[in-house]
Design a protein around this ligand. Sequence first.
Ligand SMILES: NC(=O)c1ccc[n+]([C@@H]2O[C@H](COP(=O)([O-])OP(=O)(O)OC[C@H]3O[C@@H](n4cnc5c(N)ncnc54)[C@H](O)[C@@H]3O)[C@@H](O)[C@H]2O)c1
Ligand SMILES: CC(C)[C@H](C(=O)O)[C@@H](O)C(=O)O
Ligand SMILES: [Mg+2]
Length: 368
Amino acid sequence: MNKQIILLPGDGVGKEIMESAKLVLNVVASEYEHNFTFHQHAIGGDAIDNFGTPLPEDTINACQQADAVLLGAVGGKKWDSLPGHMRPEKGLLGIRKKLGLFANLRPVQGFSPLLHASPLKEEVINGSDILIIRELTGGLYFGQPSERRDNGKTVVDTLYYTREEMERIIDKGFQSARIRNKHLTSVDKANVLESSRMWREIVNEKSKEYPDVVVDHLLVDAAAMKLITRPNQFDVIVTENLFGDILSDEASVLTGSLGMLPSASIRRDGVGLYEPVHGSAPDIAGKGIANPLGMILSAAMMLKYSFGMEEEAAEVEEAVHETLEQGFHTEDLDIKGGKKVSTTEMTEIVVENLTTKSVSNSICSMYA
Ligand SMILES: NC(=O)c1ccc[n+]([C@@H]2O[C@H](COP(=O)([O-])OP(=O)(O)OC[C@H]3O[C@@H](n4cnc5c(N)ncnc54)[C@H](O)[C@@H]3O)[C@@H](O)[C@H]2O)c1
Ligand SMILES: CC(C)[C@H](C(=O)O)[C@@H](O)C(=O)O
Ligand SMILES: [Mg+2]
């Protein structure tokens, strides 16, 4: 298959881990005889420095024409004092909105070799396998007005959703639960917010269309607590934009590090942008120690969701798993008795495991 992939490395560790994704995808392409063409474009602080805007038109056009987009991370201290509309993060929010990527899928899986790398007790996280589905193009992030008023004495942000925006993400939640363990937890703040009361009503209406899915409702504060006290009671979580942002970083604790979490931001036709959940990690940027696995697993999600390459995606996931089984880890993962390696070394080991795997698989299929 021929695929055009846009690379948006962005800022900080984004640039370092994008190299890892590229290396892994090149191996997949050569092992499976695909033709992946990469086109690199600017976003975030990098784009501000080079083009005076966090989201150049050229980047938008390239993403609109591509088969899929891979993004590293945006942001950093250098741009923190810029006005809101000029910040690197505006580039990321802008591309999500421009591409209509309303569904953000954030899988959180406890890899067995990492069970003891989490500050949580092993018996608490054992068996947890959660898919957080976050609404990505509405809510407080995009509502207008959003501004300071009265010479800075007052301020307003707007939480705005249409019924249609809620319905499509809630549908995605039910559909995902249906092909997993048929349990959907809807997270809201219906005891306070009108938007959450409407959200809850829609979940209840929709549940009649999905009688095979068990639904429960949790208030977001209680959900935050249960996510780390009883994580293995969750299957799919569906929630609005800001709650999903916060809960997914919290859930990363189950895996041992924020650097482990991948994500897919998609729309109904399968077009998608894939990026790790973490940010540009300014505290470790440039040191060559960033964990590349969240980025590599995001590339695997791209293979699966945008290209329908289930087998290739599974191979990449398996290579990551094997690397962890072998005890290799970056500095963010606290693994006793493991072998601490750099970003590039970790990537090379994943690539090696992927190559060995693909070779032995093709030998198996020759003799099948
Ligand atoms: N998707 C994105 O581009 C994205 C996401 C979150 C934050 N940000 C931006 O990133 C900047 C820094 O934000 P922050 O520090 O709050 O969050 P962050 O996610 O960048 O970092 C939080 C902590 O996790 C660690 N970490 C993150 N990724 C890691 C990796 N791959 N390997 C090892 N450790 C990793 C960091 O070192 C840091 O200690 C801000 O400008 C923020 O707006 C961007
Ligand atoms: C950088 C920021 C705009 C972004 C968000 O809040 O969506 C990030 O935290 C994320 O989780 O992707
Ligand atoms: Mg976030």
